[in-house]
Structures are given as structure tokens and as C-alpha cells.
Design a protein around this ligand. Structure first.
Ligand SMILES: Cc1cc2nc3c(=O)[nH]c(=O)nc-3n(C[C@H](O)[C@H](O)[C@H](O)COP(=O)(O)O)c2cc1C
Length: 325
């Protein structure tokens, strides 16, 4: 009999499949549903740095009565922030699976105390989704990466719970970057945040966001990079995120070396039953392959373990481009 238990960020999970951060994890009732469907953990909907720090401030810059502004600031802050702490505490009371809180940020300023409040409210871990688009040509990649390290350093000083970092996929040398994040104290990495890239409307000459939900084909980049990172000697848990709709998709990420696999767009298309189906497919596949536990095959196809690691590299590009007719 195979078991799909796993450890992620030092937490015991009954399954490597996690309900990823989205509106599906923004209410206690749906978190209860996620657990019933077999999710190993949930990542709560993110609270944005702007919500914690700037939103109230920017609203108060409008010309109006100062007393009203004070009220507005207080209202915005207490509502979004307190509602989030209530969500953490409510989820903690209602389910046994780990509840991972999430903050979406771009700087370490002004929200660190709130991270400590999240810990106090009972979060099992914190996932920080660090998302900023460099728009200044004078900002070097080094300086840009330092922002991530500063956030991790400050969180490490504030928190005892594990911290994972959700990142985008474009860095000059992702392997070095991940290794440095580990040295700064990150316990895990979520690969990857999916940006809503702008698309152009050539008739109206306007820009609009491209599809909000992912497609399975988007897995390709992620598979490569999980395979590359997990093939290094960086002892950091990897959570895969992007394009998981089936057991096969999840198995591929585990073979690449992911510790856990997050599901989000599939929840919007199929609801929480998709998690039950993925768990069943995983069990079935492991039984057919005679794998007793996930560690029997995790990382089997990563950069270090695969027979021909050049499949991850430049030579494949040369080979296929020159032979394709
Ligand atoms: C409607 C929607 C809301 C999301 N909200 C968040 C969020 O609050 N925080 C976050 O870190 N990621 C958020 N995400 C990103 C997902 O967690 C996930 O990383 C991304 O969609 C890729 O996974 P998928 O292909 O399974 O959707 C959201 C995604 C969608 C589609």
C-alpha cells in the first residue's frame, strides 16, 4: 500500500497537493472543503503589502476633513488586516491541515509587525509572494535581488514559523538566487508566481491583462527550473505552482523534485474535487510503479539524477532547432 504523506517546511502533510493562494482559500468554509477533498495544506489568499501599509495612507491624501481621514485609515486597516487575522485564526480552529498565510509584497517596509500578528493568530507558516517589476534601468540585478534578501532577513528576525518565498521565474541565475535565499533563512520556495502578462488589443490600441487562468502547457518552464534547482545541493523545499490540472501534471513536478504541488486555476475550472482526483491518480500510479512513498521517486528526473542532464541544457536547443523541418 502506497502512502502519499510528505513533509513540507517541516510540517506533516497527508498529501503533497496544496490548495494554492486564491479566492478559494479566502473563507473558512472553503478551507474546510479543501481539507475534506484531501488537500495536504492550504495557502490563504494573500494580503497585499499595500493593503497593510499604503492603502489607508493613499486614501487619506484626498482633500477632506482630517477626522474623516483618520476614520478611513482606521477603518481600512482594521477591516482588511483584522479580517485576515480572523481568517487565519478561524481556519486554524476549523481544520487539522497546515494553514499557510500569504503576504504579497515588494519591500520589507511597514508590514513586518503584521507578519508577527499572523504567527500569533496561528498560521503554520508564511508564504511571501515577492512581486515587483523593475522599471528603473539603473537598478542592477544584484540590487534588485537584495530586496528579496532583506525581506527574508527581516522575517527571520520576527518569526519562528517557517517562511517560503514565492517568486517569478525571471532571474539572471536562478540557481544562485535560490541558494542565496536559503542562506538568508528561507525554508522553501514556490516556483512560480504566475504574472498576468499584458496583452495588446490592436483594434482599440489598448492594453489588457492576458488570461487569468493558466494552461497545462505553461508547466514546461516550471518543470525545467524545478528540475534544475532540485538537482543542486540546496536543502530547500520546493512547491510547484503553475498549470496543474491532473494527477499526471502533479507527478511530473514530483519527479522534477518538488516537495509539494499547488493547485489554483484547476479549482476555478473544476472545484475542490480536482484535488481528490489528483490524490487518487497519484496513489494509482505509485501502486502501478511499486513506489511505497513519495521519496521513492521524488527528484528521479531532476538535473542531478537524470541519465542525460544535457536534456535540461543548451545542447538540446541546438539539436532540435537544427533537425526540425
Ligand atoms: C483568481 C486568482 C487569484 C489569485 N490570488 C493569489 C493571491 O492572492 N496570492 C498569490 O500568491 N497567488 C495568487 N494567485 C496565483 C496562484 O496561487 C498560482 O500561483 C498561479 O495561478 C499559478 O498556478 P495555477 O496554474 O494552478 O493557477 C491567484 C491566481 C488566480 C487565478
Amino acid at each position: 500500500m502506497s502512502t502519499i504523506n510528505t513533509r513540507y517546511l517541516g510540517l506533516e502533510l497527508s498529501s503533497p497537493i496544496i490548495a494554492g493562494s486564491s479566492n478559494f482559500t479566502s473563507k473558512v468554509e472553503s478551507i474546510i472543503e479543501a481539507e475534506a477533498a484531501g488537500a495536504g495544506a492550504v495557502v490563504l489568499k494573500s494580503l497585499f503589502e499595500e493593503q497593510i501599509v499604503s492603502q489607508a495612507h493613499s486614501m487619506s491624501t484626498r482633500e477632506s476633513y482630517p477626522e474623516a481621514d483618520d476614520y478611513l485609515q482606521y477603518y481600512t486597516r482594521t477591516n482588511s488586516v483584522d479580517a485576515y487575522l480572523d481568517l487565519v485564526a478561524g481556519a486554524r480552529r476549523s481544520v487539522k491541515i497546515p494553514v499557510i498565510a500569504s503576504i504579497n509584497c515588494f519591500s520589507p517596509r511597514g508590514w513586518m509587525d503584521f507578519a508577527a500578528e499572523i504567527e500569533k493568530a496561528g498560521a503554520s507558516a508564511l508564504e511571501v509572494n515577492i512581486f515587483f517589476i523593475p522599471t528603473d534601468k539603473h537598478l542592477s540585478s544584484n540590487d534588485s535581488e537584495k530586496v528579496y534578501f532583506r525581506i527574508i532577513d527581516d522575517l527571520r528576525k520576527k518569526l519562528k514559523i517557517p517562511v517560503s518565498v514565492k517568486i517569478g521565474l525571471r532571474f539572471s541565475n536562478l540557481l544562485n538566487f535560490v541558494w542565496q535565499m536559503k542562506n538568508h533563512g528561507a525554508d522553501g520556495i514556490v516556483m512560480f508566481n504566475r504574472f498576468y502578462e499584458p496583452d495588446f488589443d490592436i483594434n482599440n490600441l489598448t492594453i489588457h491583462p492576458a488570461s487569468v487562468l493558466s494552461a497545462t502547457v505553461e508547466q514546461r518552464y516550471v518543470l525545467r527550473w524545478i528540475g534544475m534547482v532540485s538537482g543542486q545541493d540546496i536543502k530547500m523545499d520546493i512547491s510547484a505552482s503553475t498549470g496543474v490540472y491532473s494527477g499526471e501534471d502533479a507527478i511530473k513536478y514530483l519527479l522534477a523534485g518538488a516537495t509539494t504541488v499547488q493547485v489554483c486555476s484547476a479549482l476555478y475550472k473544476r472545484g475542490f474535487t480536482v484535488i481528490t482526483e489528483i490524490n487518487e491518480a497519484l496513489h494509482k500510479w505509485m501502486t502501478a510503479k511499486e513506489f511505497k512513498s513519495i521519496s521513492d521517486f521524488r527528484g528521479r528526473l531532476n538535473y542531478r539524477n537524470v541519465e542525460n542532464p544535457s536534456l535540461f541544457e543548451r545542447s538540446q536547443f541546438m539539436k532540435h532547432y537544427s533537425s526540425y523541418i
